[in-house]
Design a protein around this ligand. Structure first.
Ligand SMILES: [Zn+2]
Length: 434
């Protein structure tokens, strides 16, 4: 019995010992694992720090509009956004002008293409690119990301994009309306003149910069033509020289088709004439006297001749004597085109006053009669010019194209249609309102 008890005790002791050994071993294994884990964590921490340092060093020099010379996901993201940003910053919509309305189908197709291109512009979301980064790295990236103007402007850029798309849509619907209403309107300078009230009312409902008018509201159409030189041989800007035979064809057309040519100073009375047309010549070229004047005498055509008084050399430009002869003919009104052909709108009040007043005085002295009309050199004027003109003249002609209308005459901003070399007779007929 005792023997058995001893044996049992030994077994118990052995198990206990084994148990203690296992605990000790477990403790050491546990300690070792703990150490390894700490080492791993430290290694990872160092790796993250290194990555953050890399991100900071690589991207902290990130400059708006410039690409980063790296090839990793983040760099690619930034670089793509630089492209997108530049595209959006340059996004604007060109002025729709009368030329675009002359070929509506082409304009509509162009706008649709533009819309497609703009729709392709997409800002990438940064989140997609951050999946592989740790929390600390994302914080570092966000610091740069948020300081980037590209990203800050994101909202504004998208606004620009949507704005341009909206403008294109407005134009498309207006152009589609015009396309469906061809025959109900005609173009005049920057104005769209409706031939009936229904068209005008509908057209005014669209967003457009064009002035929509009703031809019946404006009274009589009064075209003013601008010529410079009339000669077969040219020098300088050849477009200014209308061929003699073309000029004769044009004058003959006016004569044969019941047009009434008027002096510029008769414009306020133009509504009393059938098909009034006002012919003007700028700059005072000698060939107007030698080549155009005989033709105008032949067809009994009246015109207004704008002289630059300091340029009257009797060689390239007319002399004071010729100005006198033309004035006495009863077919020519003389007007001023300034003293020295200065761009008035960009000059001081005093020099403008001299150009406007002295040239008038010069001509009045030559002709011993009042000079009433002025042509703006280069079509340039500002508020001072207009005020000076109102003080010294009764009217002034611009280089803005389009017709004038008897009920809405703007006497110091009269529109003119320019006749150039090579102008077809059909184009001429259009410009005299035919
Ligand atoms: Zn001129």
């Amino acid at each position: 019995m005792k023997k058995e008890t001893n044996k049992k005790n030994r077994v118990k002791s052995f198990i206990l010992l084994l148990f203690i050994i296992m605990i000790v071993i477990s403790f050491f294994v546990y300690q070792k694992n703990k150490l390894d884990k700490a080492k791993q964590q430290e290694a990872k921490r160092l790796e993250v720090l290194k990555k953050i340092e890399y991100i900071n060093n690589t991207y902290s020099l990130f400059i708006e509009g410039q690409k980063i010379d790296k090839d990793d996901n983040l760099a690619n993201f930034f670089n793509n956004n630089v492209d997108t940003h530049n595209k959006l910053s340059n996004l604007s919509i060109d002025e729709l002008n009368i030329k675009h309305l002359q070929n509506i189908d082409k304009t509509i197709n162009g706008l649709k293409e533009r819309k497609k291109e703009i729709n392709k512009i997409i800002y990438e979301k940064i989140d997609e690119h951050l999946k592989e980064y740790t929390k600390e790295e994302i914080t570092a990236i966000n610091k740069i990301y948020n300081n980037s103007i590209i990203i800050i402007e994101k909202e504004d850029n998208l606004k620009i994009k949507n704005n341009v798309l909206k403008q294109i849509d407005d134009r498309l619907s207006f152009l589609t309306f015009l396309k469906e209403n061809q025959g109900n309107y005609y173009l005049n300078g920057s104005m769209i003149m409706g031939k009936n009230n229904e068209f005008v009312t509908k057209a005014k409902g669209y967003k457009t910069k064009f002035v929509i008018g009703n031809e019946f509201d404006y009274g009589k159409k009064i075209p003013i033509l601008t010529y410079h030189a009339v000669d077969d041989t040219t020098w300088g800007d050849s477009g200014l020289f209308v061929k003699i035979s073309d000029f004769e064809e044009q004058m003959k057309y006016l004569h044969d088709n019941d047009y009434t040519t008027l002096f510029i100073s008769e414009i306020t009375n133009a509504l009393n004439y059938t098909n009034p047309v006002i012919i003007t010549f700028d700059d005072g070229y000698m060939n107007i006297y030698t080549k155009a004047f005989p033709i105008m005498q032949k067809y009994n055509i009246k015109s207004t001749f704008y002289i630059i008084t300091e340029w009257m050399d009797g060689y390239i430009f007319v002399s004071p004597e010729i100005v006198k002869i033309m004035d006495k003919s009863g077919l020519v009104e003389i007007g001023s085109h300034s003293l020295s052909h200065m761009k008035l709108g960009v000059n001081s009040f005093d020099s403008q006053e001299k150009e406007i007043k002295k040239s008038k005085d010069d001509l009045e002295q030559i002709l011993d009669k009042k000079i009433n009309s002025f042509a703006y050199p280069y079509g340039s004027y500002n508020i001072d010019t207009i005020n000076l003109l109102k003080e010294h003249y009764s009217n002034a002609v611009t280089v803005e194209s389009g017709f004038n209308f008897s009920k809405t005459l703007s006497l110091y901003k009269l529109r003119r249609q320019k006749i150039s070399r090579g102008e077809s007779i059909n184009s001429f007929i259009f410009k005299i309102g035919g």
